[in-house]
Write a protein that binds this ligand. Sequence first.
Ligand code: NAG
Ligand code: NAG
Ligand code: NAG
Ligand code: NAG
Length: 621
Amino acid sequence: MAAPIALSVSVFIISIVAYGIHDLLTNFEDNGCEMTYMFEYPEYQKIDIGDGQEKYPNYALHIYGEGVYANRIRNLQLNGIPVLFIPGNSGSHKQVRSLGSVALRMAERSRIKVHFNYFVVDINEELSGLYGGVLKKQTEFVHLCLQKILNFYKNAKNPPSSVVLVGHSMGGIVARGLFALPDFDSAMVNTIITQATPHQKPVVSFDEDLHNYYKRVNGFWRSEGGQADLRHVTVVSTGGGHRDVQVRYALTRLDGIVAANRAISASTTSIPKSWVSTDHRCSVWCRQMVLITQRALFDVVDPRTNQISEDADFRMKVFKHHFQSNNALPNYLTHANDSIKLDPKAQWEIKGERSWTFMNRKITKNMYFAVPLRVEEASDSIIVLSNLTNPEWLCYCDIPVGKTSCETCTSLSTHIRLLPPLYSNTKFARISFRDFEVANDTHIVISIPAGQRKISITSDRYNSDERHLVYHLPNSWDSVISYPISATDGAAMLRIQNQSVFYSLHLAGLALPTTAYKALIIPLGCRRHSAESNEGSILRLNVPWSNEETYSFSSYGKMASLMIKLQTPRPLSLAWDWHLDDSVEPHLEMFLHPYCHYQLRLLASAPDSLGQKYLEWDCPG
Ligand SMILES: *[C@@H]1O[C@H](CO)[C@@H](O)[C@H](O)[C@H]1NC(C)=O
Ligand SMILES: *[C@@H]1O[C@H](CO)[C@@H](O)[C@H](O)[C@H]1NC(C)=O
Ligand SMILES: *[C@@H]1O[C@H](CO)[C@@H](O)[C@H](O)[C@H]1NC(C)=O
Ligand SMILES: *[C@@H]1O[C@H](CO)[C@@H](O)[C@H](O)[C@H]1NC(C)=O
C-alpha cells in the first residue's frame, strides 16, 4: 500500500525586477494575532496616591479590575502579586486590559492560589518616543507609584517586596530608566518584560533630551557599578518581527546593555506558540504573546511565598523555556540525560524502515516503538515528528542482539521543539548521531501511553550529506549550488530520496538584512486527496545568532511561502568564513509531508534597491 513516491525538490533562482521588491517587502503574511476576548466589563480604578501627585497633574495610577474581583480590590487591601504596566509613546492606560484580563482568567483556573494585581500608569498618552523631557518625568512618576503600590500589601500574609514591570515600547525604557535614578531602591524591581521597546537607541534622533536619557540609562546598565546593582534583575525583551516597521527588531535587542545571563531578547516570530509577527500596537494585545507572557509570570512564582521568586537563575530558566526553547515539557527544571524507567508490560515494536508514518485513532495499551539507528551505512541523523502529548515521549537505549526491548532509556527531551500551526501539538526532534554515543545496537524509543487519541508519528533516518545542502547567496544569476543540486538553464534541479521529511538549505553568505528572498515550497503531487488540517509542510528560517526564526505553515497539498530576510545583521564576532562552521549561518529548514513531493523555489531580489529601502527605515527623521 505504501507505494514509494518520487520526491523531487528543484531549486529555481529567479531574479525579480525592481518593481517586484516593494511587494516582497510589504507583502507579509496576514496579521496572525488572535484577539483577547473579555467576558466582563473592564474597570480602571483611579488610585489616589496622595503626597507627590501634585507634581504630576497629568499623570495617574490605576488598578485594573473586572466583575467580582474589581469589587474585592476597591478598598486596596491587596494580597496578590503586583504588576505595573507602563504604556509607550502615545499609549493609553487601557492597554493593560489584555494582560490584566488574561491574568484574572488564569488565576481562576490555576490550582495554586495565586493571582496578580495589575496596575497601570496613565501618562496622558504623551509622545515619549519623540521628546526626552517627558521620559524623565514619567520615570520619576513610576518611581513614586512603585512606592505607593507596595504600601497596599501591608496586611497581606506574604507581602511582596518588588513589583513586576511590563513596558510597551518607550514604557520599557522607562522601566529600565528607574535604576538610573539617584534615589531608586533597586530591590523594588527584579523582573522586567518589554514589548517592542527600542533598547539600543531611540527610533528618531533629533531630540537631544531623548539622546541624553538613553545615554544615562544605558550607560548605567553597562557600567560596572550598574551591573553589580542589577544582578538580581531579569529582563525579557520581545520585538515584533518584520511587521513592526516602527521599532525594528534589531533595536529591541538587549545585547551589550543587560548581562547575557540576565537577558532574553526574542522576536515574536521565533517564540514558540506565538510564531507571528506583531505590528507595533498589536504587540500589546496579541493573544498568543499575552498568554505566553502571563504563563511565564505564573511559572516564576515561588510556591513558598506565592510571590515572584527571588532566584534570578530560576526565573531565567523559566523565561528561556517560554520565550525561547519550549519543548512542550512542563518540567523545564529537569535535566537532560535523565534516565526513564519503561513499562515492562508494554508492547514493543521495532521500526526498521528508513522512513515511516504511524497514525492511530486510539491507543489501548502502552506501546514503545524502537527505531534502530545504525542500519544504512551512511545514515547519520534522524528526524521524528509527532503530536503525542505525553511529556517524555522520546529517549534512547541499547537493545542488544536477540532482545527486543530495554528497561530504561535516556531522555532526549532537550532536543524536542514545538512547530506551528498553533494548537497542532506538533513537535520534532532532529538528532545527529554525533549528539550522543551511538553503538550498533542503539535505538531511539518512542513512548506511546495508553489513552492517547488520534496520534501521528513520522520518522525519517537520513544521511545529512544528502539533506543538508548549501546555497551560496550570490545576488546574481551565476548562483552556485553545491552538490548534489545541479544547475541547468538558470534553474537548479535536485533529485532526492522518496519520503523525505526534512531538508535544510544552508544559506551561505546571508548576513545582512538588505538581502531578501522568498522561498516557495510547491507540492507537485500528493498520495492522498484529503488530510487533517494540521498536516502539511512547515518552513523555518533558522538564524543562529538572534532568536529571530520565522515560520510558515501550509496545509496538505498547498504551497508554502516564507520571506527570507534577516531582522538583524550577523554579528561581526561570528566567523565570516562559512567553510569553518555552517552552524553560524542561517538555514532554511523544510519539514515536508512524507506523502507529497515538492519543488523549492527561491525568488531573489536586487540588493541595491533593497538596501536603500532599508536605510530609509533606519533613519526616520
Ligand atoms: C521512489 O519512488 C519511485 C516511484 O514510486 C520508485 O520508482 C523508486 O524506486 C523509489 N526510489 C527509492 C530509492 O525507493
Ligand atoms: C548528556 O550526555 C552527553 C553525552 O553522553 C553529553 O555530551 C551532554 O553534555 C550531556 N548533557 C547534559 C545536560 O548533561
Ligand atoms: C558495528 O557494525 C559495523 C557494520 O555492520 C561493523 O563493521 C562493526 O564492527 C560493528 N561494531 C561493533 C562494536 O559491533
Ligand atoms: C495528531 O495528528 C493527527 C493527524 O494530523 C490528527 O488527526 C490528530 O487530531 C492530532 N492529534 C492531536 C492530539 O493533536
